[in-house]
Design a protein around this ligand. Structure first.
Ligand SMILES: Cc1cc2nc3c(=O)[nH]c(=O)nc-3n(C[C@H](O)[C@H](O)[C@H](O)COP(=O)(O)OP(=O)(O)OC[C@H]3O[C@@H](n4cnc5c(N)ncnc54)[C@H](O)[C@@H]3O)c2cc1C
Length: 505
């Protein structure tokens, strides 16, 4: 008899959802293998903002998740728009250019609300309104970004802590400092264990089924460079240093099929002042996502994206990569004083460079060509608009630069005319990779022979095919928990069937 019913590799949101789901589905001996030591546990989930995108028809449906919201936020429900399953799927289709996996994206969207309620009820993850990230105040009313109203209480730190607590309470064993190195396969081709490295050396743990939820390859410079390119090779890492692509490599070594956009990743504008890896205690505070209210210039003094193309939470995941492609992988976000109150609180983790005139400001920044920077800002101002022309930060306001700009700004194109002017640096920080493995609708890993691999399941960032080029904010955690829950349930069933077969033999 193997040592475990189910081995879960990884200890982020997806893996712990799988472990809890396996237990809930009847697996008795479930172990979680976490490569990181206890003090670094939890993967990117710990670093995350904990925001959860899910579909609902009536805003009041979310009430049980955030029971105190009405007391704490005036007219809470009035600022929330319904976000139907078709809206969610439409957003996924739009930002991925129609390339999201049709089966997996439907599973994600159809299950999204149920998954979040399951995280709350079974996972015992407390939740709260995601006020600081996805709400904007307009005429004293709080207006919410569509589909993005709820987050885990205490963000990713709280989410991760809750998952560990619940898993432990349910009797899941957690082995820290235990890195999975390879998968064991029996003579029938069934995955039956994991070879690990821990303080005692190398050993094999056996199980009826294995769930892999051990992240992408965002922290692995060689794999980033090889699959995504040299710009991303040089990116700073926003989350855990432990997601090195181990699980993807191990699964492909036993025949798993790569799936999705291996040349794609989620990379966001972050402060250029941060180090190669984001400090754990600062979690996601490196983000610089208020560029929709700014003009963003590269070091040559030129604009390179339409800052107002869409709401930031629909462009941030690709604009980090856009900055990495610019000279020195750096940009400056320039704001005037009219919009400073709209800056996300995360900007407070660095000091802006401030000046009373645009001339003075460009001299203070490290442009290779300050004259060009000034000319770009003046050209922008000549085509930009005034507040009373319909400016509205609570929605895509259509307030675009007037004709004649080679690269227009299509929303929130306000003039930079109220000093003092503030500049914040930005570079691209990689969050996670889009390439993963092909799975069935039961989260079983598919081999390069197009047949499911017995005993092997996968979830979280390791799942390929959902995201291409871009990503709608708040989808990673809901996707992780959705496929984690399915993977845990499937693995428990497979374990039970395998135990039955063994008993009958
Ligand atoms: C700064 C930041 C902010 C974010 N904010 C949000 C947000 O607000 N909303 C949202 O939906 N998404 C957000 N994301 C994305 C989200 O965090 C990820 O999509 C999600 O956490 C991935 O979950 P996961 O379980 O697949 O991987 P992870 O949480 O990264 O977990 C991977 C686990 O595998 C372990 N591991 C790796 N290799 C091995 C090995 N060989 N053996 C054993 N264990 C191993 C790691 O140590 C870790 O425990 C954010 C990400 C970052 C970095």
């Amino acid at each position: 008899m193997p040592q475990y019913d189910v081995i879960v590799v990884g200890a982020g949101n997806a893996a712990l959802a799988a472990a809890v789901s396996a237990k809930e589905s009847g697996a008795e001996r479930v172990v979680v293998l976490e490569k990181a030591p206890r003090e670094m546990r939890g993967g990117n989930t710990h670093w995350s903002g904990g925001v959860l995108r899910f579909a609902f028809d009536d805003p009041r449906e979310i009430g049980p998740l955030v029971p105190k919201a009405e007391e704490e936020i005036e007219d809470f429900y009035e600022g929330i728009m319904p976000y139907s399953r078709d809206d969610y799927h439409g957003d996924l289709m739009r930002v991925t250019g129609g390339r999201t996996d049709p089966v997996l994206s439907r599973i994600l969207v159809e299950n999204s609300k149920d998954t979040v309620f399951w995280m709350n009820e079974v996972g015992k993850v407390p939740m709260e309104p995601a006020l600081s990230l996805s709400a904007v105040k307009k005429d004293n009313k709080v207006i919410w970004a569509r589909g993005l109203v709820v987050r885990a209480k205490h963000e990713g730190v709280g989410l991760s802590r809750s998952w560990f607590r619940t898993a432990e309470e349910m009797g899941v064993e957690i082995r820290y400092g235990t890195a999975a190195r390879s998968l064991e396969v029996d003579e029938r081709g069934r995955v039956c264990g994991v070879k690990v490295r821990d303080d005692d050396g190398i050993s094999v743990l056996t199980a009826h089924a294995v769930v892999m939820g051990c992240g992408g390859f965002e922290a692995n410079v060689q794999m980033r460079t090889q699959h995504i390119g040299t710009n991303i090779g040089g990116a700073k890492v926003r989350g855990t240093p432990h997601n090195q692509g181990d699980g993807l490599r191990m699964a492909m070594d036993v025949g798993a099929m790569p799936w999705g956009q291996w040349s794609g990743c989620h990379a966001t504008p972050i402060s250029a002042d941060w180090g190669e890896f984001a400090p754990r205690e600062m979690t996601d505070r490196s983000n610089r996502l208020s560029y929709v209210y700014a003009v963003m210039l590269n070091r040559k003094g030129r604009r390179f994206v339409d800052e107002g193309e869409d709401a930031a939470l629909f462009t941030y995941a690709k604009f980090g990569r856009a900055i990495l492609a610019e000279p020195g992988a750096k940009a400056w976000q320039i704001f005037d004083s009219k919009v400073l109150h709209l800056l996300e609180p995360r900007y407070s983790t660095s000091d802006p460079i401030v000046a009373d005139t645009l001339e003075e400001l460009v001299e203070k920044l490290d442009f290779e060509n300050p004259q060009q920077a000034l000319a770009t800002l003046k050209e922008y101002n000549a085509h930009a608009r005034d507040e009373d022309e319909g400016y509205d930060p609570s929605k895509k306001d259509g307030l675009a630069t007037t004709d004649g700009m080679e690269l227009p700004k299509t929303n929130w194109a306000l003039k930079l005319d109220k000093p003092p002017y503030h500049a914040y640096s930005a570079t691209g920080g990689i969050t996670f990779t889009f390439g993963g493995l092909k799975i069935t609708d039961e989260a079983q890993v598919v081999g390069t022979d197009w047949r499911a691999i017995d005993g092997l399941y996968c979830c979280g960032e390791m799942v390929g095919g959902l995201f291409y080029d871009n990503y709608p904010a708040g989808t990673g955690l809901v996707s992780g928990a959705t496929f984690g829950r399915i993977a845990g349930r499937s693995a428990a069933r497979a374990a039970s069937a395998a135990a039955g077969e063994a008993a009958a033999a």
